[in-house]
Design a protein around this ligand. Structure first.
Ligand SMILES: [Fe+2]
Ligand SMILES: [Fe+2]
Length: 195
């Protein structure tokens, strides 16, 4: 497995300072959550470090890379190419940063949209991206931070529902995969947090 220190250096050189600080936040928050829920903390740390490695491509570049990599794109992704930065980032993690573990690559791939029935590592990086310490304090974040260490499925549901509500409010594109994910975790919570 790639040396963490080497990847950290590469991300520090690649990303603007603020994004690099966020990246470190997602990385160590993911490894803490991995310890809490029984995933591999080193894999979580690496997925966190690389999750935004394609974030700074322009919309045009993301579409070009999507094409080059043969990704089938939804109309939402074509209209709002930023939605693609997780999928393109997973390819970059493999091509440029030598990550072979599928588990890590899929956690990077789905961190932007989430999806139904996520793996433990996918879920960890998805919620860590939302609640790492550097995130601007927004309404409900404190509760989500506490909840993350108590119930990962409920947190996933809350993060999806807040993110979708925010995108709706801003009239931004919502990837259908996120809606499917919200439905999935809502159903999963029936009788627990949705009763
Ligand atoms: Fe991201
Ligand atoms: Fe991020």
């Amino acid at each position: 497995m790639k040396e963490i220190i080497e990847l950290q250096k590469q991300m520090r050189d690649l990303l603007p300072k603020k994004r690099y600080v966020h990246t470190l936040g997602v990385s160590y928050t993911s490894s803490c959550l991995a310890m809490r829920y029984g995933a591999d903390p080193v894999k979580a740390q690496i997925a966190g470090l690389l999750h935004d490695c394609a974030k700074y491509l322009t919309e045009k570049e993301l579409l070009q890379e999507g094409k080059r990599l043969g990704l089938s794109m939804t109309k939402e992704e074509r209209r709002s190419p930023q939605l693609l930065h997780g999928r393109v980032g997973a390819w970059y993690a493999k091509e440029r940063y030598g990550i072979e573990e599928e588990e890590i690559l899929s956690a990077i791939c789905y961190h932007t949209t989430g999806k139904p029935n996520m793996s433990l590592l996918e879920q960890i990086v998805f919620v860590a991206d939302y609640m790492e310490p550097g995130r601007k304090m927004i309404f409900g974040l404190e509760e989500i931070r506490k909840e993350t260490f108590l119930d990962l499925d409920r947190t996933t549901f809350l993060v999806l529902s807040n993110t979708i509500a925010y995108l709706r409010e801003c009239e931004m594109e919502i990837e259908p995969r996120s809606i499917e994910a919200l439905d999935y975790y809502k159903k999963k919570g029936e009788g627990r947090w949705n009763s």
